[in-house]
Write a protein that binds this ligand. Structure first.
Ligand code: PMP
Length: 429
């Protein structure tokens, strides 16, 4: 399959070689690197992509969930962008009405008392943690194995904090996901000495394999954080799309702070963090000793316009409900097709994770549970063959549906998965 990939993509290979002349590894977003070389994509339209060699793909990766709205701007988003460009101007370096409007909408939609904007989900999480530390006067943070909160806040395994750009090892503790007793013990231990500032968690681990947190686990972790006076921070950068008011509201998690990003900028660069007014007040510049929250583009004109349009006119609560039901239906069909094979699916709503494991377990509660059982060889084979069949997913098996994906093409994907499993039946059990 890899040899065919190379043969089919000479122009992408050539472009990769060229790119490596100015970018280390030809890359500026590590996740997008794939061996032997990444495909260079030069156009997107609706829910489709075209690569340098002219192949067309159904985009099932949806830019790791940020591309929820599709590659062609919705007319409302397009109109907002043009208004910003023509009638307002590029970044004004001043407080604007649009930033207040988008903030008020985010607060209403995700039940936040106050919110502040940033340029990415990573920044939103960094600011939320800084805020929690300032509010509590404490330093330590608990995050979970498999948790991804941005490039500098990525925690692959239990106890693993190395490899992060910001050297936080001393202050960060990493327990296993979906193990409530273990997590409680870790929170209590971390809180010893009164130094636990925050617990940061995803209600569905996204980059960590699209693994839903069990409701009892998530609520239990919230209680454990509350009991020791730590700020419970829910990272909704990916999961806010999963329910009309975000997954925290849907699951009744009552987070102290919430972080947001991705599609909420309407396709432009965006992040936000917010929640309890008393905590967010640490960022109130009218108060003595407040924390500075800087960022030239925090309230950038274009994203404030497009984000507002996206949330108010495109991804309405009604659309969110229908869209995620569609994702659930797709996953259920995939589960049926793959039953009894080494392929299994996890996820919730419009986010789907696919996993190849030695025993094909359908009960994947964390990356830790399948460590050592993963079949990376089958996952790679699947990826090469899905690309050949015209389906764009990530190498690691991440699917994030985009609005407007044609039903018949999703049926085509299910058929392609089924054919793959038949074609390689010898490898699949
Ligand atoms: N948190 C989560 C849960 C994410 O999925 C991501 C991005 N994949 C981030 C934070 C970081 O967001 P950004 O890439 O915008 O910095």
């Amino acid at each position: 399959a890899e040899a065919r990939f190379i043969a089919n993509n000479p122009l992408s290979q050539k472009q990769h070689t060229l790119a490596a002349g100015s970018l280390p590894g030809g890359n500026t977003r590590s996740l997008l690197h794939t061996s032997p070389f990444p495909l260079t994509v030069n156009r997107g339209q609706g829910t489709h992509l075209w690569d340098e060699d002219g192949h067309r793909y159904l985009d099932l990766a949806g830019d790791l969930s940020a591309g929820l709205l599709g590659h062609t701007p919705h007319p409302a988003v397009r109109a907002a962008l043009l208004t910003a460009l023509d009638a307002v101007g590029l970044n004004l370096g001043a407080t604007t009405v649009q930033e207040e409007r988008h903030a008020a909408l985010l607060c209403a939609r995700f039940r936040l008392e106050r919110v502040r904007m940033a340029n990415s989900g990573t920044e939103a999480n960094l600011h939320a943690l800084a805020g929690a530390r300032a509010f509590t006067g404490r330093r330590r943070v608990v995050v979970f194995a498999g948790g991804y909160h941005g490039g500098v806040l990525s925690f692959p395994g239990v106890g693993e904090v190395r490899g992060n750009t910001v050297d936080v090892a001393e202050f960060v503790v990493v327990p296993r996901y979906n193990d409530l007793e273990g997590a409680k013990a870790v929170v209590q231990r971390a809180a010893a000495g009164g130094d636990l500032a925050a617990v940061l968690i995803e209600a569905v681990q996204g980059a960590g394999g699209v693994i839903p947190g069990m409701e009892g686990f998530l609520r239990g972790v919230r209680e454990a954080a509350r009991a020791v006076g730590a700020v419970f921070v829910l990272d909704e950068v990916m999961t806010s799309r999963l329910a009309p008011n975000g997954l925290g509201v849907e699951l009744g998690l009552e987070p102290d702070l919430v972080t947001l990003g991705k599609y909420l900028g309407g396709g432009l660069t965006f992040g936000a963090f917010g929640g309890r007014a008393d905590i967010m007040a640490v960022y109130d510049p009218r108060l003595a000793g407040s924390l500075a929250h800087s960022g030239t583009f925090n309230n950038n004109t274009l994203a404030m316009h497009t984000g507002y349009a996206a949330l108010s006119e495109v991804y309405t609560p009604e659309v969110s409900a229908v869209f995620n039901a569609k994702g659930d239906a797709l996953r259920e069909q995939l589960v049926v097709v793959a039953r009894g094979t080494r392929l299994s699916f996890t996820g919730r709503g419009s986010l789907i994770g696919l996993h190849f494991t030695e025993d094909g377990t359908e009960q994947i509660q964390s990356g830790e549970h399948i460590k050592g059982k993963e079949r990376g060889d089958l996952r790679d084979l699947f990826w090469f063959e899905m690309l050949e069949a015209g389906f764009w997913i990530t190498r690691r098996g991440f699917i994030a549906l985009m609005l407007g994906t044609p039903d018949e093409e999703l049926d085509g994907f299910i058929q392609a998965v089924s054919k793959f499993l038949d074609r390689h039946s010898d490898l699949m059990t």
